[in-house]
Design a protein around this ligand. Structure first.
Ligand code: ZN
Length: 172
């Protein structure tokens, strides 16, 4: 295979770790992805299998966090449930600009809206892995830190993506 950018030779790293910048989630580390890298210009292509299942694992992980959702997580979840900024604002009962501020981090989301977004995600994707009572009672409303801790998600091959904690959160 040759590089799309410069025609140079490509090497393949079959079991690489890369941040999920493409998905708008730079704090998420994908383990076990295949990376093709040009030895001439360094340009990389990352193969991410089963994207839909990966996104379900991530949504599940974020919704079950005890702290408040971070701006990049809010944006990810809003898109995950298929809403535009305007539709999301309408569902949440806020102005479009308010949604923008949550997603850029210029204003924190607040405990009520944080819970409502989680409920929208749970409702969008009913699953036995969501236990709503537990989910709500375990929230601490601690603000998301400016610098987010890394979230590691491993490509388990046939079994699909898994959260690094070892607990399997969503099956394909
Ligand atoms: Zn190249």
């Amino acid at each position: 295979m040759k590089c799309d950018e410069c025609g140079g030779p490509m090497t393949v790293e079959p079991n690489a770790v890369r941040r999920y910048d493409l998905g708008g989630l730079p704090h998420v580390e994908l383990h076990g992805v295949e990376v093709m890298r040009c030895t001439a210009c360094g340009s990389e292509t990352i193969a991410i299998p089963r994207v839909a299942q990966l996104h379900r694992v991530l949504a599940n992980r974020f919704v079950n966090q005890h702290r408040m959702l971070a701006p990049v997580e809010i944006r990810f979840l809003r898109k995950h449930i298929g809403l535009t900024g305007a539709d999301f604002a309408q569902k949440m009962g806020v102005a479009r600009e308010t949604v923008s501020r949550w997603e850029t981090g210029s204003n924190p989301i607040g405990a009520l809206a944080d819970r409502l977004l989680r409920m929208l995600v749970v409702h969008h994707e009913p699953s036995e892995s969501y236990v709503v009572d537990d989910l709500l009672s375990e929230l601490t409303d601690a603000p998301a830190p400016k610098k987010l801790l890394s979230v590691a998600i491993r490509n388990g091959g046939k079994s699909g993506w898994e959260s690094e904690s070892g607990r399997e959160l969503a099956k394909a």
